[in-house]
Design a protein around this ligand. Sequence first.
Ligand SMILES: [Zn+2]
Length: 386
Amino acid sequence: MENMTWNQQLMKKNNKALVLQIIIEKEPISRSDIAQISGLHKATVSSLVNELLEEELIYESGPGESSGGRRPVILHFNKAAGYAIGIDIGVNYILCVLTDLKGNILIEKNEVVNRTPYPAIKNKVQKMIQSLMDEMPSSRYGIVGIGAGVPGIVDKEGAILLAPNFGWSNIQLKKDLEELYQIPVLVENEANAGAFGEQQFGACQNTDNMVYISAGIGLGAGIIVNKELYRGKDGFSGEMGHMIIEVNGKPCSCGSKGCWEAYASENALLEMAGNPSDTLESLITRVEMQDQTAQQLFETIGHYLGYGINNIINTFNPHQVIIGNRLALAKDWIEQPIRETIEKHTLGFQLNELELVFSKLGKYSTALGVTAFVVENFLKAEEKTL
Ligand SMILES: [Zn+2]
């Protein structure tokens, strides 16, 4: 590359990134198909492909389909060139997954927690990461990064400014994990990560405008506008759990009153149930056994979810609303009241072709969203060194 001008180097870098992108999206694919799709010369494609083969980011396999003439060797993305770790830190659970570079989960670890203070959470997360690292297969690039989704306000540098349901403020999870492992770490709001996970692998891969609602102990939203995650000026968008739906209403963990999450979250459900030993799972068991009180509780939560979703639909005019996180486990009992409320209140124009769906990825939306960010960053960083 020494004899190249800066412009030539840049062009080569971009072309190589383009070739890799085409292989990731279209694999299995031949060199000549890459040339056709990219508009690059066959010789250029061949030399870039050779470099990617050397870097083990792709591999070849035996003759593919021929359209007459010589049968071409086909190329695949090497999804096992490295692995990503995704952590979803909830108020009452921690989920850690190890994925390949295409978002397939190889190993997962689960822990139950309960509004645990940060030092103890950090310890648990560290142990979970360690056991994933001990069990993972060997690979060229090893762990390419760690991503964590948290229910709180995360700034662009990855500091958790506030996580009201944990009682956390100014938590430096990113810095702490980077110091421990010396690999790139990113921290993201869990609803934003969940929206990205659904966009990459889940329920809304073909939707340009979508709102993902993370309904757990708290409520948050991840907003995709024109295919891009909408982050707002400082990255604090989507705090829909704190939109006020009742003036002077119930107190909220954020210090305000009447917030949506005080009425429609898992926390609100447990508060209404009134028995400290109740959990979402125990209430689901009761409703499955036709318990009227439990049924009534889920109906109330569903109606309140519907009111907030009404506000969201009227604001964003999305094509899809996806409901995810733990309350999605109660789909069978909350879906009907949600739909009733929306049909009764939301402007009719908004409901044309609107799809209200539940998460396809279930509890994995956030963990897969952060690993998708990690892999994207890894491939971008690779391009910089090409
Ligand atoms: Zn609030």
